[in-house]
Design a protein around this ligand. Structure first.
Ligand code: SIN
Length: 330
């Protein structure tokens, strides 16, 4: 009796499963990890990418976005990518020096006069070639994303380079940025982005450099009474994935994911341009921080002090590459 009932239950379960049809294939999951807030160019780009992939690939691919260093901070994300724990990220170009010295180019102070020059260089042959500079490490550069020009925030007004002497500045993990602050006779400290607000709030450091959108979205302006509009350097990103993951995707899926990413980047770049103006204005309106504009003479002093850094890194980056980037200003 017992055996007959068990058999009947099993048969019922089987026919129910057959009615339900074949088991559904699981979607490919793309974990996209980043360190900034959602209301930033990178945050908005990542969310747009997630939405476009859902719209175009339905249940085949699912993008999960993890903002604000929730999943991985700056220092761990690329290692995690190679272990397969995360599939996409867009670290700042300043955070690749363990993988290639070539990308240090983008950290040279006063290299690009504006974002049009950056765009021109990145779309040109040298810029495109740099996307492949990490391929020997098992990583693929899928595209660039803009944030914008960096400004200097500080506990005291910075009008000329001598004002920065003796101050401690947080920097991203870049030797070029370290050399830039040493040229000012200041002390650079390489720290993860997630620690910057607390370091500033507790006065463990005196200042930092960042874009208007990062200064606004992470509330640095609330703990930094002065921001000098120096536009002295660039903060842009490279969207990366691992070669193993990317090549493992079916060709048609890979093409659609790439197209969605390209479209999301176009969107993110528009957000970047808007936020460079809008977030600066919001900071001014808040009256929490005074925005200092430099006179042409003051600006020239910063250029004169910082530009010798180019020579220091010419051997690692390559003079041809520096020239090509500089020529994009014409
Ligand atoms: C980012 O924009 O991804 C972070 C930049 C920083 O570390 O300052």
């Amino acid at each position: 009796m017992f055996r007959r009932t068990t058999f009947a239950i099993a048969a019922l379960a089987l026919s129910a499963a057959m009615l339900a049809g074949p088991a559904l294939a699981k979607p490919v999951v793309i974990k996209f990890s980043h360190v900034v807030a959602e209301n930033t160019p990178k945050g908005q780009m990542a969310n747009k990418f997630r939405d476009l992939v859902k719209e175009r690939l339905g249940d085949k691919v699912e993008v999960e976005v993890y903002p604000n260093s929730q999943l991985f901070g700056d220092n761990k994300v690329l290692e995690a990518m190679m272990l397969g724990d995360v599939q996409m990220a867009a670290p700042s170009l300043s955070k690749f020096s363990r993988y290639t010295k070539k990308l240090q180019l983008y950290d040279l102070p006063f290299l690009f006069t504006n974002m049009d020059a950056v765009e021109k260089f990145q779309k040109g042959p040298e810029g495109q070639h740099l996307l492949e500079s990490i391929s020997s490490k098992g990583l693929i550069g899928l595209g660039y994303l803009h944030n914008g020009m960096k400004q200097l925030s500080s506990s005291k007004p910075l009008r000329v380079p001598a004002d920065a002497k003796g101050l401690k500045f947080r920097i991203m993990s870049s030797d070029v940025l370290a050399a830039q602050f040493k040229a000012l006779h200041a002390t650079p400290l390489k720290k993860p982005f997630s620690e910057v607000f607390t370091l500033l709030q507790t006065k463990a450091i005196d200042g930092q450099e960042n874009t208007w959108s990062n200064i606004y979205s992470k509330k640095f302006f609330e703990v930094q009474p002065y921001i000098t509009e120096s536009n002295h350097g660039l903060l842009d990103y490279m969207v990366v994935t691992s070669t193993e993951f990317w090549n493992g995707l079916p060709e048609d899926v890979r093409a659609e994911v790439k197209k969605s990413l390209d479209d999301a980047i176009v969107f993110g770049n528009k957000v970047a341009a808007e936020k460079a103006l809008g977030d600066k204005q919001k900071i001014i309106d808040s009256k929490r921080s005074e925005v200092i504009e430099l006179t042409p003479e003051q600006r020239n002093q910063w250029v004169e002090v910082m530009k010798p850094v180019w020579k220091e890194f010419e051997g690692q980056i390559g003079k041809d590459l520096i020239d090509a980037a500089y020529n994009s200003n014409k």
